[in-house]
Write a protein that binds this ligand. Structure first.
Ligand code: KG4
Ligand code: ZN
Length: 339
């Protein structure tokens, strides 16, 4: 029997500290410690995020190993998020991964966070039915910091063919939520209220942007003016119409995303469509894709693989391990990193 390949994955790019254990492509444990501290500030405070990562990282790794039922000696290699992300947050994960791997004489694997969101689709039970996209496919990668349409030709042959010129889709959700007085991160709350609302109640225009690119800053301003105008006339406007406002905001963001995705599919002739990143947890986006009448085969990850997680880091590390793409001792995080 060949030895199993067991990867410990570490994620710390933003405000979630994640540790996961993957054995031959199967997840044994995938734990995330969130950081409530940022809620009161309406966004992630980088210095507080780094400190929370420092407090969380050892207990999270320890709990992940226990949950997986393995000891440190069973680990084959350690994968960590090199970037993109907040430098202080990344430094905590990279310092931990480097010292842990060096103390145990284990190979180190560095992972691009945005590639990992996409490669999460190759985790054994990524979407619950074992179905995986075949190359080439298109992936709409939508998170708090990125909005991209990626042409995925192979695991590590990924080409960004469209992206946002300003705000990310996650920011469009979070900033709209902030305008409505909802706490950070507002995306999941808009999703929750939208379920009870009428998506056609209020109309917001769809921006006309060249090629396969996106823009969300005009939309955010439109939401701001809409709320200012209506609350001037009725101070309780938001409270009375919260569900309809959220449903209309979500409907518009999903429409902007889907129109570009349709254009990308037509342009490339590819109809295998995947989604990835935190916003792929959005039920409006998931339903719109599942109900598509475009002949698309869609790939939608389980919720735990949408928002930031270490399972996707371990999976990408595993694919790098298989091609012996190891990092050296000079490995260091990078706040900005290309796909
Ligand atoms: O991928 P992710 O966890 O972190 C980044 O790499 O940015 O994405 C976080 C983003 C936030 O903007 C959050 O509001 C959004 O994903 N998000 C959602 C939902 N769940 C998370 N947006 C809309 N609906 C959701 N259900
Ligand atoms: Zn992410």
């Amino acid at each position: 029997m060949p030895q199993p390949v067991i990867i410990l994955g570490i994620e710390s790019s933003c405000d979630d500290t994640g540790a996961a254990v993957l054995r031959d492509g199967k997840i044994l444990a995938n734990l995330v410690a969130g950081q409530k501290i940022h809620e009161q500030y309406g966004g992630v405070v980088p210095e507080l995020a780094s400190r929370a990562h420092q407090a969380n990282i050892i207990p999270v790794v320890d709990a992940a190993l226990k949950k997986a039922g393995i000891s440190k000696q069973d680990i084959t290699a350690v994968a960590y998020t090199k970037g993109p992300g907040l430098l202080g947050s990344l430094l905590v994960g990279s310092s931990f991964a480097k010292s842990f791997s060096s103390a145990l004489h284990l190979p180190l694997l560095e992972v691009n966070h945005m590639q990992a969101h996409i490669l999460a689709h190759f985790i054994d039970d990524a979407n619950g039915n074992g179905d995986k996209p075949a190359f080439p496919f298109l992936c709409l990668t939508v998170s708090g910091g990125h909005t991209q349409i990626v042409l995925v030709n192979d695991y590590f042959d990924l080409k960004v063919i469209g992206e946002t010129l300003d705000d990310a889709a996650g920011e469009a959700f979070d900033k709209s939520a902030k305008i409505l007085g909802l706490p950070y991160p507002g995306g999941p709350l808009i999703d929750k209220f939208a379920k009870e609302g009428n998506p056609q109640a209020y109309k917001f225009s769809i921006p006309k942007i060249d090629e396969l690119n996106f823009s969300f800053s005009g939309f955010k301003t439109a939401v701001l003016y809409f709320v200012q105008k209506n609350t001037a006339a009725d101070a309780d406007f938001i409270e009375k119409n919260k569900n309809d406002i959220c449903a209309s905001i979500q409907f518009t963001i999903v429409k902007i995303l889907l129109e570009k995705l349709k254009q990308a599919s037509l342009q490339t002739g590819i109809n295998q469509i995947a989604i990835a990143g935190g916003v792929s947890a959005n039920s409006g986006l998931r339903n719109a894709l599942l109900e598509n009448k475009l002949g698309w085969k869609v790939f939608i990850p389980k919720f735990e693989y949408c928002t930031d997680n270490a399972a996707m880091i371990a999976m990408t590390g595993y694919l790098k391990y298989l091609k012996s793409d190891f990092a050296d001792s000079k490995s260091a995080p990078m706040a900005r990193m290309k796909m």
